[in-house]
Each structure stands twice: as C-alpha cells, then as structure tokens.
Design a protein around this ligand. Structure first.
Ligand code: FE2
Ligand code: FE2
Length: 179
C-alpha cells in the first residue's frame, strides 16, 4: 500500500517532521502487513487534520499528533521483549513516541502528549481526555483497519492463481456427470 499524491503532498507540507533523519527511519518499520510506520502516520495525520475542524480541534495539533503518535523505531514483529523489560509493544510505543519526538526537538503540549499516550485506548489503561485524544485514537483505528484489510486483499491477490485453480477444481467436481 503506497501513499497517494495527496498524502505525499501532505507529508511534504510537514517536512519539518517528515524530513527529519530519525523520523525517516520509520519507513523501514513495517506496519499492519501492508505498509510502513511512516506511511501509516501520514495517513492518520491527514485524516485527523481533515476531521479536526468538525469537532473544533486545532488542525496543526491534529497533524502533529498524527505524524508523531507511532514515532517508535522498534519493529513489533521482532520485539524480543528485552527492549522494555518484557512490556508489550502496545503499552510502551506511545511513551517512546513522545520521548523520541522530544529528543528530535518536536515540541508537544501536555494535551498533545496525552493524546499520543492514550491513542491505543481501549488496548491500554491510558484513557483519552480531550477531543484531540479521541480524534487521534479514532483515526488510528480507521486507518489501521483499512491497512489490515489491504494486507488481506494483497495476500489474496498473491494466491490468485492458486485460488483460480481451486475454483476450477471445485466446479469440475460439481459439474462432473456421474458415470
Ligand atoms: Fe500506535
Ligand atoms: Fe498508529
């Protein structure tokens, strides 16, 4: 799954984040089977920015938390549980995202940090407490679902020749005349 022209333009508009050398490493961190964490974050940020005005949320804040919410360089497929004392990725990656953002000099207000910490709700004990927080967790789930389905579709396309053969075999069995 690749970024659309509109999404690429959005990423370019926020180049103070998306051109950062450490942030660019997210391109090699896979996500949801069909994409990488950089592209996923751009999609979440763009959706959050588009919806922000409808619930009176600052669109710049929405863009920022969308882009930074998964700023964690650990690939959860390879997490050997040594990195964070055996904690689960879903619990520690929002904390890493805030730490990494600050290390790279991206300023986050308390409300923005809280939105990032709680974006895994209800899979974490940190509950969103602002409209920005609910917007982020909503957009993250919609985009993640879309990316996961894309993975299933791409998987099915990879098996297309096999599936066609199977269908042919099944229809041969069904239509075969009895001797
Ligand atoms: Fe996340
Ligand atoms: Fe995410």
């Amino acid at each position: 799954m690749t970024l659309s022209d509109k999404e690429l333009l959005f990423a370019e508009k926020h180049k103070h984040i998306t051109h950062n050398d450490t942030y660019l490493k997210l391109k090699s961190v896979p996500r949801h089977g069909s994409t990488n964490t950089f592209d996923h974050s751009v999609r979440v940020a763009m959706m959050a920015t588009d919806l922000a005005k409808f619930i009176y949320v600052d669109s710049e804040s929405a863009s920022k938390v969308g882009l930074l919410h998964d700023f964690c360089l650990v690939d959860y497929h390879k997490d050997d549980k040594d990195v964070h004392n055996g904690r689960w990725y879903c619990f520690y990656h929002p904390e890493d995202a805030v730490i990494n953002s600050e290390l790279e000099g991206f300023y986050l207000s308390y409300v923005e940090k809280k939105a990032i910490w709680s974006h895994m709700f209800p899979l974490s004990t940190c509950i969103p407490t602002s409209r920005l927080g609910y917007l982020l967790t909503f957009c993250d789930k919609v985009v993640a679902t879309q990316e996961s389905f894309a993975n299933i579709t791409e998987g099915l396309f990879r098996f297309k020749p096999f599936l066609l053969k199977m269908r042919l075999c099944v229809s041969n069995v069904i239509t075969r005349k009895p001797n």
